[in-house]
Design a protein around this ligand. Structure first.
Ligand code: APR
Length: 312
């Protein structure tokens, strides 16, 4: 039997996630949105692309949650971007409502699904979905670390010209300006980045990585990044469906790891058939610990704000 992945929100990230999933022939895909006709049109278009590349994933576009039943994975991308005049709290309230509805609409008919959350602020949205569905922590994970690490790798590649296949970057922490690019653990073909690049160049790359999302928003003007966030979701889905035990940075529910509790936070996780099977703890020096703590405080503040705004 084929696997089923439902993607909630068929906008830029949702439809691009469906594209990467179909290209890998990972599962049948259900694309859902509130806009009438849009998911149907995108699904049809994607279905018509697949004969060209010889892939047999079935892609269904719909406005009804019926088609999601029995999903192995549910990827939530539905949300609204921040608009002029909208406060962060306004955005938080609106996206929390959307993520809550998407979770409630899927949790009973897909009782074994693993949830991947992309809607921002994703650490907080993952927390919300876990509470709404009362999921064990294995079954819910937020996407951010693969994206942030890939951004850093791309900038290192631009600076050095070395193949991206040789570049290994690790970015932990919340998905925000306080994220923590671990330059001590990152390397090029085993050579520590700190030896490969002068300190000023490395610092510039770290700063650009932290602001990577904003740089793209400023260029696009009408939206935010979608290719890289979407392919990161597809990689996570693949690791789960193929039980790869892949270690990637992702947002997971903390139960004391890295000294953190009762919050989602970007840490290295082992992704396999059961979802988040384990959290890997790196040995960190004092400055790395302090940077993670600062990032954790920022995430905690957003999650607390959500808990004040949303009634369970
Ligand atoms: N149910 C289903 N879909 C919804 C709902 C809902 N309740 N509310 C909004 N949507 C849909 C919108 O109709 C839109 O098509 O979510 C889609 C969001 O798509 P885009 O506006 O293109 O936004 P996108 O770039 O995909 O980003 C979505 O992911 O990366 C994050 O920060 C980003 O939080 C944002 C989310």
């Amino acid at each position: 039997m084929k696997n089923k992945i439902s993607v909630i929100g068929a906008g830029m990230t949702g439809s691009t996630t469906a594209h990467w999933l179909a290209e890998r022939e990972l599962a049948d895909i259900v694309l859902i949105d509130i806009l009438e006709g849009m998911p149907q049109g995108k699904a049809l278009d994607l279905s018509q692309a697949l004969p060209v590349i010889g892939k047999d994933s079935k892609v269904t576009g719909t406005n009804s949650y019926d088609a999601t039943s029995g999903s192995d994975i549910i990827i939530i991308t539905a949300g609204v971007p921040r608009k002029p005049g909208m406060s962060r709290d306004d955005l938080l309230t609106i996206n929390a409502d959307i993520v809550r509805k998407a979770t409630e609409a899927t949790m009973h008919s897909s009782p074994n699904a693993i949830y991947i959350i992309l809607t921002n602020p994703l650490d907080t949205m993952a927390y919300l979905a876990m509470k709404v569905a009362n999921l064990p922590r294995e079954r819910i994970v937020g996407q951010a670390g693969i994206l942030d690490s890939a951004r850093m790798s791309a900038f290192i590649h631009m600076e050095t010209g070395v193949s991206v296949e040789n570049i290994n970057c690790y970015v932990l922490g919340g998905h925000g300006d306080e994220m923590v690019p671990l330059t001590r653990h990152s390397n090029i073909a085993g050579i520590p980045l700190r030896e490969y690049l002068p300190a000023d160049k490395l610092e510039a790359i770290v700063n650009r990585t932290r602001k990577g999302g904003g740089e793209i928003v400023a260029l696009l003007k009408t939206g935010s990044a979608y290719y890289a966030p979407a392919v990161a979701c597809a990689q996570m889905a693949e690791a789960i469906l193929k039980d790869k035990k892949l270690i990637v940075p992702a947002s997971a529910y903390m139960q004391g790891e890295y000294g953190l509790k009762d919050m989602f936070f970007g840490v290295p996780v082992v992704l396999g058939a059961h979802g988040v099977e384990r959290i890997v703890e790196y040995s960190l020096d004092e400055s790395e610990k302090a940077a993670l703590q600062k990032s954790a405080e920022a995430v905690k503040a957003t999650t607390d704000a959500m808990l004040n705004l949303v009634k369970f």
